[in-house]
Design a protein around this ligand. Sequence first.
Ligand code: KIV
Ligand code: ZN
Length: 401
Amino acid sequence: MTNAATSAAAPVSDKDRVLIFDTTLRDGEQCPGATMTLEEKLQVADLLDEMGVDIIEAGFPIASAGDFEAVSLIAERVKNATVAGLARAIQADIARAGEAVRRAKRPRIHTFVSTSPIHLAHQMRKSEEEVLDIIVATVTQARNLVDDVEWSAMDATRTPIDYLCRCVEAAIKAGATTINLPDTVGYAIPDEYRAMFRTIRERVPNADKAIFSVHCHNDLGLAVANSLAGVEGGARQIECTVNGIGERAGNAALEEVVMAIKTRGDAVPFFTGVETTMLTRASKLVSAVTSFPVQYNKAIVGRNAFAHESGIHQDGMLKNAQTYEIMTPESVGVTKTSLVMGKHSGRHAFRKKLEELGYNLGDNVLEDAFRRFKDLADRKKDVYDEDIEALVDDQIHTIHD
Ligand code: KIV
Ligand code: ZN
């Protein structure tokens, strides 16, 4: 394993491109407390489009008049991305989704039905054969409205593989162009998820007629790992949300899957079309419009993702940033690494900070200032530039008095 920041192998062809399907406005908005206004949804959609996301799932048009309006307006204004509307396996849902995405340059209907025994028995109250008939009827209806139809097997990861193969085959025969196999309850582990895609793609005779998609929830904290495993198993679309917002523990985080693919191109030899320097902006926007704070230590976009406090790390960073950073902050839209001054900081970082603040102290004065800084850092949790300035100014005055 080498330093991927400098050695990522460039993927070679379009078959290595992974489509990014953003569902912040649908699965993301579905989680408690994340409701967005129409204006906010339009802002998010514009940014996702500009960022190079391939598919924007704009909402669930049958859910409410507001959702229908948001999906319709997003469909009209989005310039590049495909715009998808979600529909249950119900005629009225599909008709409504078709109507909402009608004006998009690239419209998609995304229809889903449960396939696992527990959902069939308790939620659907239908037999396997009845669900197969529903798949054929609903995918056919959607294909009569748009050319681009995604079909999802809800709770795919708890569905017996033989039955799942039959469902996928039926959906493709009826005209589905994307097959999504979600880990709806975040139950899978990466090996299983990878194997599921491999098996389905080997066993379903018409599998090569559709693009396979991953959709992972984060109940066990495995959503990103599972998404990457699914891609290794042959999927070429990842469904994800900005900041990983979504039902319960959320969905796979867009910024994490995109940067994992970009940074570890040696191990995950794929690419996406996302402009990664916009990831921080997207994270801030989604956090602001949903009022969901981003945890400090969140990968890629957390406030500490490029911050260093320990003396050893700060010293390494000042010598060569690759000692403790596997990607540059600029690559995700952060202007620079921050060396946070605290009780763990060392002399090297302290001297650098003083230089930044315009002080050029001799060795003895610096040594004394460093000692006083350490005393202060022991008493005060956050040491700001102003604290350091006050400390040094005070010391300089004492020397001159
Ligand atoms: O988690 C899930 O199964 C979903 C489907 C609607 C795709 O969100
Ligand atoms: Zn979901």
